[in-house]
Ligand binder design. Sequence first.
Ligand SMILES: Cc1cc2nc3c(=O)[nH]c(=O)nc-3n(C[C@H](O)[C@H](O)[C@H](O)COP(=O)(O)O)c2cc1C
Length: 210
Amino acid sequence: MRITAPDLTPEQAYKLMRGIVVPRPIAWISSLGPGGKVNLAPFSCFTFVSNAPPMVGVNIGRKAGQHKDTARNILAHGHFVVNIGDETLLDAMHASAEEHPPEVSEAELLGLDVIACQAIDTPRLAAAPVSMECRLHSVTPYGDTGAEFFVGEVLVFHIRDGLARDGKIDTEQLRPVCRIGGPNYASLGPIVTKRAIRQTPKSVLRDTQP
Ligand SMILES: Cc1cc2nc3c(=O)[nH]c(=O)nc-3n(C[C@H](O)[C@H](O)[C@H](O)COP(=O)(O)O)c2cc1C
C-alpha cells in the first residue's frame, strides 16, 4: 500500500501518524489557569530536545482554531510543569484530557493533590513519580492547523526517592505508560539489554570548536 501524503485530509493524516509514531511517552502538563486554578492535560507528542541545558518539547494543537488551555496558560505565564504519570495514574491521566472551561481545574476535579514548585509558580502533581519544572524557551508553529511546538527549559527535576540510582532512572520501577493510537495505552514489556555501544561523550559546542 502506498499513500501519497498530499491526498490525505488533516484527519486522515492524523489517524495514520498517531499509529505510526508509537509508542509515545506522555507529558502530563500542569499549568496555571485563570484565578490560579491548576490546569492539567496529557500530551503525547512529547520528546526531549536538549541536554545542556535540559529541554523538553510538546506539540500542542488547537481546538476549533483556538489555543488549548495549556497553550494559553503557558503563553500567559512563561512556565509549566511536565509531570510523568505511571500505571497507577493512567485513569486520571486519561480523564484529564476531557475538555473543560479554562477556569475549571482538572487537578481539583480528579482529586489530585498538587505541591508548590521551587523555581516557578505553577504547582506540580504530588502523585507523579517525576516532575520537571520548565521555563518556556520557544514556540514554533508547524503546518496549517495552528499546531505549535512548545519547548521548555527544565529548571528543576523532582524524582521520587529511590527511583534514581547513580543518576539514572530505574525504568522498571518508574512503570511508565505510553500512548498508542487513539484511547489506547501500553505499559513496558520485557526490557531487552544489548551490549553497550561506545558513544562519544556529550559535549557543548564551545568546547569542541577551534
Ligand atoms: C494520552 C493523550 C495524549 C494527548 N496528546 C496530545 C498532544 O500531544 N497534543 C495535543 O494537542 N493534544 C493532545 N491530547 C489531547 C489533549 O489532552 C486535550 O485536547 C485536552 O483537552 C487539552 O486540555 P487543555 O485545554 O486543558 O489544555 C492528548 C490526549 C490524550 C488522552
